[in-house]
Structures are given as structure tokens and as C-alpha cells.
Design a protein around this ligand. Structure first.
Ligand code: ADP
Ligand code: ADP
Length: 226
């Protein structure tokens, strides 16, 4: 089954900006790079995939579900790491990730256990009782990744996970994303404005520009073609 399909997907914001224009893609499970310059429409697409934003026209399926009508079901099976800092600085990481697990419907004890697990997977287990406000940028990014993982999703949508990191931090974050994808056996969509960065870790690539599809390919197919 396809991981994500879109059919002539168009999104126009009320101010008249067309963020996505007749986008048609069919993406197989695996690690998927979603690349494009700032303003290309990546975040808009992610929000539509999550059912947080309705399309203006066209169709979309995520894990076979329509996020416009089955948003709750989609969000139960998809983990989302937003681009911007959404972390409460006064909470300790364990509390925050437990809270996110509770929000996704887990009972208290399971939520605590899953939060510890998720924080262990991103390498923050030892520091899980420290306040998030005292974390480095890289640690904050990993808390965001942990909260996306906490409800054991089938798909992760990561919006610019390497934002704000130095080159070593970027490499470490991408290695972590790849390891998690493999270990959990789940699919991952990684948004980035840096083609070279995600190309290395992805099975397939979707490139957009000005809301239009530039290319959608398996990486191996692209390598032989160029
Ligand atoms: P990217 O994530 O690739 O940077 P976005 O999806 O954030 O791109 O933005 C695509 C285009 O849509 C940009 O021109 C942006 O300014 C515009 N845009 C994004 N969100 C909104 C909004 N809520 N209202 C109006 N325009 C928006
Ligand atoms: P993102 O790309 O993660 O949406 P941005 O910094 O582009 O982040 O936007 C921050 C917020 O402002 C988002 O909710 C986005 O939808 C909205 N936004 C972005 N561009 C515009 C725009 N041109 N007009 C109105 N809202 C916008």
C-alpha cells in the first residue's frame, strides 16, 4: 500500500497565497525526504497530511486514510515533530512527554512508561528529569522527536528536524532519525530545505517549489538517471 498519495492537491490560503498547486504524488513506505526552499509549501503539506488544515481541492490519503475526514484516526497513527519550538521551558522532559502521551489517549502508567522509552530512544533518558528550558538546542529537538514517537506511530512527520543545529548536530539528528525509522520499522517523512542533507538518508524524495511538484522519485532511480 502507498504511504501517502495526493491527487491534484491544491491549497490556497484566505489571503490568496497558493501554497500548493495541483500536487500529485504517490510515495511508498520508507524514509521520505520532502525538500524545497523556504515557502515551497512543505509545512502546508505536512499540516494537510495531519488533517490540521483542509485542502482547497484535490485528494489526499495517508496510510490509506483521508485526513480531511478521518483526522483523528490519522493523528493516532502519525507522530508529528513541528518545526518551531513548542516546548514548555518550565517542565522537565519526562513530564512533558508523558503529558503528550496522555493527550494521545494513553492511561497514566502506560504514558509514563512510554515517555521514558521514547526519551531513552532519543538519548535523553539520563537527563529526563531536567527542565527543558536548560536543554541545548539539540536536546530540545530530541524532546520534540520523543513526543512525536511516544504513542508508537506508524509514520513520523518531521518538519525541519535539523533546524538550528550546527553541522555535527545535524548529522547526529539525521542518524538518529534513520536509526529510529529502522528500529521501529516505521516510515519517516523528513522535511528540509537542504537537498544534500536528506538525500543521503532517504529511500525516496519529493521535491517541491512554489507549491508545485519538481520531482518524486526513489533515490536509487534518481542516482541511475543522473
Ligand atoms: P515551507 O514549509 O516550505 O517553508 P509553507 O508551507 O510554510 O512553506 O508556506 C508556503 C507558502 O504559504 C508561503 O508563501 C507562506 O508564506 C504561505 N503561508 C503559509 N501559511 C500561511 C497562512 N496561514 N496564511 C497565509 N499564507 C500562508
Ligand atoms: P511554518 O512554515 O512552520 O508554518 P512559518 O514561520 O512559516 O512556520 O509560519 C508561522 C505561522 O504563521 C504558521 O501558523 C503559518 O501557517 C503562518 N504563516 C506563514 N506565512 C504566512 C502568511 N504569509 N500569512 C499568514 N500566515 C502565515
Amino acid at each position: 500500500m502507498s504511504l501517502i498519495t495526493t491527487q491534484l492537491l491544491t491549497k490556497r490560503y484566505p489571503n490568496g497565497v497558493t501554497a500548493l498547486s495541483e500536487l500529485t504524488v504517490d510515495v511508498e513506505p520508507g524514509v521520505v525526504g520532502l525538500v524545497g526552499a523556504n515557502g515551497a509549501g512543505k509545512s502546508t503539506l505536512i499540516k494537510i497530511l495531519l488533517g490540521l488544515l483542509p485542502p482547497t481541492s484535490g485528494g489526499v490519503r495517508v496510510l490509506g486514510l483521508d485526513p480531511a475526514t478521518d483526522g483523528e484516526q490519522v493523528r493516532a497513527r502519525v507522530g508529528y515533530m513541528p518545526e518551531h519550538d513548542c516546548l514548555p521551558p518550565d517542565l522537565v522532559a519526562a513530564e512533558f512527554v508523558t503529558h503528550m502521551a496522555r493527550v494521545s489517549g494513553l492511561p497514566r502508567t502506560a504514558a509514563r512508561e512510554r515517555a521514558s522509552e521514547a526519551l531513552r530512544h532519543v538519548g535523553l533518558y539520563e537527563e529526563r528529569y531536567r527542565q527543558i528550558g536548560g536543554y541545548s538546542t539539540g536536546m530540545k529537538q530530541r524532546v520534540k522527536l520523543a513526543q512525536a514517537l511516544v504513542h508508537d506511530p506508524d509514520l513520523l512527520l518531521l518538519d525541519e528536524p535539523t533546524n538550528g543545529l550546527d553541522p555535527a548536530g545535524r548529522d547526529a539528528m539525521l542518524a538518529l532519525v534513520m536509526r529510529i525509522g529502522t528500529e521501529f520499522g516505521i516510515s519517516v517523512v523528513v522535511c528540509s530545505h537542504l537537498l544534500g542533507e536528506v538525500e543521503r538518508i532517504c529511500d525516496s524524495l519529493v521535491a517541491i517549489d512554489g507549491g508545485r511538484l519538481l520531482r518524486s522519485d526513489r533515490i536509487s532511480a534518481m542516482t541511475t538517471a543522473t
